[in-house]
Write a protein that binds this ligand. Structure first.
Ligand SMILES: [Cu+2]
Length: 211
């Protein structure tokens, strides 16, 4: 027969496990347009609002080129991160940005010979190709490691430690160009939030039919 103290210690252990699992919660976010249709490719992120330390960038990203398109169309990275630009087309591309947070000009190149670019200021960068006018891609640079992109169902889940945050959501076609935001407090368990966007008609799908 187990002793009282053994039972107590088992209960205490169960409580601790529960506490740890719950504190590792996050927030699930749904993004829809004015008609309630799910919005994919929305950039959703949590900015610390309670003086929490912000972990440094850990991940680099990749924007490849295939079929005369940038893939993916929308990329989100933390300020200070690098992006690589492998060219998987047989033709050469010449990629550039005129956007204030990071201007660059990567002259004609093939394969993996393009220099990676470091994006060290927050904001939005639009990429183009000097040869193929319809190629376009968007980079949203954010001051936080807690970010994601909505899927085809308009949903994204972010994991972050408990605390106060400003939850922001942005999309290349959002009217006015600015992120929407709302204050959230993450505690134990998973919170939820939603955004309703007014979007311009998409101007962002390059027509690569001929290739
Ligand atoms: Cu090109």
């Amino acid at each position: 027969m187990p002793s009282q103290s053994l039972i107590r210690s088992a209960a205490f252990t169960a409580l601790c496990f529960y506490g740890v699992a719950a504190a590792a919660g996050g927030i699930t976010v749904h993004v829809a347009d004015a008609n309630g249709k799910p919005v994919a490719d929305a950039v959703v992120y949590l900015e610390a609002d309670g003086g929490q330390p912000i972990p440094k960038p850990q991940k680099s990203a990749e924007i490849s080129q295939k079929g005369l398109k940038f893939i993916p169309l929308v990329t989100v990275i933390q300020t200070g991160s690098k992006i690589y630009f492998p060219n998987n087309d047989k033709v050469r591309h010449h990629i550039y940005s005129f956007s204030a947070p990071h201007k660059f000009d990567q002259k004609l190149y093939s394969g993996t010979t393009a220099d990676p670019q470091t994006f060290d200021k927050p904001g939005t960068v639009v990429l183009g190709c000097n040869i193929h006018d319809k190629m376009i891609a968007f980079v949203r640079i954010v001051d936080t490691p807690y970010f994601g992109k909505s899927d085809a169902g308009g949903d994204v889940t972010l994991d972050a430690p408990a605390g106060k945050y400003v939850l922001k959501a942005w999309h290349p076609d959002i009217v006015g160009g600015n992120a929407q935001e709302q204050a959230v407090r993450l505690a134990d368990g998973t919170a939820s939030a939603s955004f309703k966007f007014t979007l311009k008609p998409p101007s962002t799908e390059p027509d690569a039919q001929a290739y």
